[in-house]
Design a protein around this ligand. Structure first.
Ligand code: GTP
Ligand code: MG
Length: 344
């Protein structure tokens, strides 16, 4: 019932894959924005976070989902860089994830950072699906914007369809070499035992309804127990970036993955030498569907509940570091929280 719904934590979905395989573009398509276009050198260099509400997911997924099947509030997407030099950021993104999308360009198949991403997912035991991206580049492809993939497949020539199938079976073979049994998502019954492959195009939106439907199904089915934890407990998060924000001084772009943070909380943050103990001055929340990395119109709020991206303004943050833990003290023992942050 509606009373219980509010208690479920938003699942965190990490988007991982080789450079240029289309991670940010896929998120742009879901957000209806264009973060990719604004990226320096066109590669992602930081971890991002975007909250996608259930209403948007149902709208995009259309006839494929029945929104009353879901009581999760939405999904928090974590964008990661695919360039080889950012392996720390990929591990950090993987560590935050409840589930993941491994993005593979159908033309390129598995590449070094695809394998690296798989290693991270194995290590963190994160369930994932594969988005086989750029299906619109198959020679002779007849694009049907925003349609479910089986619908657009029916409208392709035999030649285009069999070319795509070759590429998809190549990816399924590569997953099998990595020890995973995989198949087209519509043939998968148990997404924890078998990896579902979802053919998509970030360019035309084909397959995006399917991608969101599979993600919601996977979250709802396999993560609900993990999501019904203490969402009102003291918040726990990870710093994505330490940034100056006009009028607020040094701030922390943070992914809150557990509990709640309030505007009157004391927090402990990992610092260059010692944990920093400080009082929250302001909590700035990005709007739904906006990327925290590029958001300009944060809303100042009294509290933020996991999982969410939040910019934390507080005094004494100059020695805070990206990747550092953030923990809310509230009614806990301060020394104990400091010890936890020091140990992380
Ligand atoms: P990094 O963050 O640097 O790892 O790259 P990325 O995986 O985020 O890739 P990005 O979204 O920046 O896309 C790379 C290039 O591929 C861009 O020029 C996109 O426009 C293009 N691209 C992404 N998805 C598609 C697609 O589905 N079809 C076509 N034709 N082009 C795509
Ligand atoms: Mg990117």
């Amino acid at each position: 019932d509606a009373g219980d719904d509010a208690e479920l934590r938003t699942p965190i979905v990490a988007v991982l894959g080789h450079v240029d395989h289309g991670k940010t573009s896929l998120l742009d398509e879901i957000r209806g924005s264009a973060v990719t276009a604004g990226e320096a050198g066109a590669i992602t260099q930081h971890i991002g976070a975007t909250a996608v509400p259930l209403s948007t997911i149902s709208e995009i997924a259309g006839s494929l989902v029945d929104p009353t099947d879901f009581d999760l509030p939405g999904l928090l997407f974590i964008d990661t860089p695919g360039h080889h030099s950012f392996s720390t950021l990929r591990s950090r993104g993987g560590a935050l994830a409840d589930i993941a999308i491994l993005v593979v360009d159908v033309n390129d198949g598995f590449q070094p950072q695809t394998h690296e991403a798989i290693d991270i997912l194995k290590r963190t035991q994160t369930p994932f699906i594969v988005a086989a991206n750029k299906i619109d580049t198959v020679p002779g492809w007849n694009p049907n914007p925003d349609t479910p993939v089986q619908e657009t497949l029916e409208k392709q020539s035999d030649r285009a369809e069999s070319r795509l199938n070759e590429q998809l079976y190549e990816i399924i073979g590569q997953l099998s070499d990595e020890g995973f049994s995989a198949d087209m998502y519509w043939r998968v019954q148990n997404f924890r035992e078998n990896i579902g492959v979802v053919p998509v195009s970030a360019e035309t939106g084909e397959g995006i309804p399917d991608l969101l439907t599979v993600l919601m199904g996977l979250s709802q089915r396999y993560l609900k127990a993990e999501m019904s934890i203490d969402v009102d407990g003291p918040g726990v998060g990870t710093v994505l970036e330490v940034k100056d924000e006009r009028g607020f001084g040094t701030t922390l772009d943070t992914v809150l993955y557990d509990g709640t943070i309030r505007a009157d909380d004391t927090i402990v943050v990992g610092g260059k030498n010692e944990p920093i103990v400080t009082d929250v001055r302001a909590l700035l929340q990005p709007r739904p569907l906006s990327e925290i990395r590029t958001e300009k119109q944060f809303e100042q709020v009294d509290a933020v509940r996991a999982a969410a991206g939040v910019k934390i303004a507080a005094p004494d943050l100059d020695d805070a570091m990206a990747g550092a833990p953030v923990r809310v003290v509230r009614d806990r023992n301060l020394e104990e929280v400091v010890a936890e942050v020091r140990a992380e």
